[in-house]
Design a protein around this ligand. Structure first.
Ligand code: SAH
Ligand code: SF4
Ligand code: F3S
Length: 473
């Protein structure tokens, strides 16, 4: 069945489930782990659930259905899921709550085996390639009262036109491609998300235009490797239709930059090895594209990078940063770093610290290497002992925090453009927003400013946020 026929079929199932649920006042709860791609998938699950007559609740006890969208990029997510399932067992026994688990972890056989064996009360297991079939799966459980496993291991397709219920009405995520072909040796993502495939330019442009009409101001383009958007299609001569001049990531940025109403464009994550000059030029010339670029480093040592299969050296990474800084005024950078990859010596780890010192990142997401079943990294013999990994992590964290403190001071006295996102969570008298470089700024102001880009003068800095005052200049 082609993908649009499949979606039409699911629309029928949505109607059938809605009919079963009519006048029942049913609620759902959803827990999302992992990256923004998963969050975007969860927004689609919420869209389907709401069309089927469920209303969202954060109180698990009053829910009729509990959905988990799982991640397996690091080990700690597994503990979290199994803890939650333990809690839900009672609700299953007491009121027969329907439990559905989906997402990346479900593409791992040892995990689904464990669930079937130790948590047999789970109703639906679905994977990353069958998310769109959730209405059909739920219908089967409701009608036939049987447990269901709907997981397939395939290259993956793109499904357009799923309902969506977004978390914010100011900022929206738009997935532009799925899957990953890079096979970094530590990473499970290519095995659970399938091969790289890009959405048609027309579908992305129309989605963003529609978001602009709805009043959204900020768009984040998502993919595991956004700067290889349409690359596989070009290389393998897979048919795609050029639309508004879009045939690459750079031209996509340029086309979205022209859409009225959208004020900010972000994207995650690009891969340093694919950061071509046309993308650098597009970031420099498109006024709406934020000048914060997330550029995952992973390690600063050339030998470790080779073992990681990252396909760049320490020097190439630093040269890329220099080129970008030269071409993009006011560029800021954030990154991801893994410490304790198999075989990493103290000296090799020092190279990571060296790159951090040299680049001066705005934000660093730090991870302790976690063995993932099925990846080459897991089979490497020279695994690093936990205590050494933790020592390195602490050393990196101390360096990063001192850099952030120093960097924050540079903001004081400057004028920043801030997209106002709402009331501050900790202090309802204050509003909160973010700078182009994604720093949180809190300030006093009228609620009418929400969803506008305004100018603030930064008056003080704190570790994780800045304080600002409205600037009437
Ligand atoms: N595609 C994105 C990242 C996906 S996963 C990219 O390439 O940037 C997000 C981050 O998790 C990675 O950048 C990496 O730093 C971290 N990560 C992935 N696998 C990991 C593992 N096995 N152990 C620890 N961190 C890991
Ligand atoms: Fe994982 Fe590497 Fe793909 Fe990112 S680029 S998802 S780190 S394999
Ligand atoms: Fe996790 Fe899957 Fe994202 S493994 S990081 S949720 S792609």
């Amino acid at each position: 069945m082609d993908t649009s026929a499949e979606i039409k079929l699911q629309e029928q199932y949505i109607k059938k489930v809605k009919k079963i649920n009519v006048n029942k006042d049913l609620k759902y709860t959803i827990l999302t782990m992992g990256c923004q791609l998963n969050e975007n998938d969860s927004e689609k699950l919420c869209g389907m659930l709401e069309k089927m007559g469920y209303i969202r609740t954060d109180n698990q006890k009053e829910a009729d259905i509990a959905v988990f969208n799982t991640c397996c990029v690091r080990e700690n997510a597994e503990d979290k899921l199994f803890g939650k399932l333990g809690e839900l067992k009672r609700l299953k026994e007491e009121k027969g709550i329907i439990i559905a688990i989906g997402g990346c972890m479900m593409q791992e056989k040892h995990i689904t085996d464990k669930i079937k064996q130790s948590y047999p009360f789970v109703d639906i297991l679905f994977g990353t390639h069958t998310l769109h079939k959730f209405p059909e799966d739920l219908h089967k459980v409701l009608e036939e009262k049987r447990k269901l496993e709907d997981i397939i291991d395939i290259e993956g397709k793109i499904y357009e036109g799923l309902p969506i219920k977004r978390d914010s009405n100011i900022k929206a995520s738009v997935t532009i491609m799925n899957g990953c072909n890079n096979f970094c040796s530590y990473c499970i993502v290519p095995y659970v998300r399938g091969r790289e495939r890009s959405r048609q330019p027309r579908n992305i442009i129309n989605e963003v235009k529609d978001l602009a009409k709805q009043g959204y101001k900020e768009i984040t383009l998502l993919g595991q490797n956004v700067n290889s958007y349409l690359r596989v299609e070009r290389e393998k001569n897979i048919l795609f239709e050029e639309y508004e001049g879009v045939n690459s990531f750079a031209t996509l940025l340029t086309a979205i930059n022209k859409i009225d109403g959208i004020e900010r464009i972000r994207f995650i994550s690009p891969h340093p090895k694919d950061f071509t000059d046309d993308v650098i030029d597009a970031i420099a010339t498109c006024d709406k594209v934020c000048k914060l670029v997330h550029l995952p480093l992973q390690s600063g040592n050339t030998k470790v990078l080779k073992e990681m299969n990252r396909k760049y050296t320490k020097e190439q990474y630093l040269e890329l940063v220099e080129k970008m800084k030269a071409k993009i005024p006011n560029l800021t950078l954030s990154t991801d770093i893994i410490v304790g990859f198999p075989g990493e010596t103290d000296e090799e780890f020092e190279d990571t610290l060296d790159v951090v010192r040299k680049v001066g990142f705005e934000q660093v997401y730090m991870f302790i290497y976690s063995r993932r079943v099925g990846t080459p990294g897991d089979k490497m013999e020279n695994q690093i002992p936990e205590d050494i990994k933790h020592k390195r992590f602490d050393k990196l964290k101390a360096l990063v925090e001192s850099q952030i403190e120093e960097n924050n001071q540079k903001y004081v006295g400057t004028i920043q453009k801030v997209l106002v996102e709402g009331e501050s969570k900790n202090n309802k008298q204050m509003l909160t927003g973010r700078t182009d470089s994604n720093k949180v700024v809190i300030f006093e102001g009228n609620k009418e400013l929400i969803n506008q880009v305004i100018k603030l003068k930064i008056v003080s800095e704190h570790m994780w946020y800045l304080k600002g005052a409205i600037y009437e200049g």
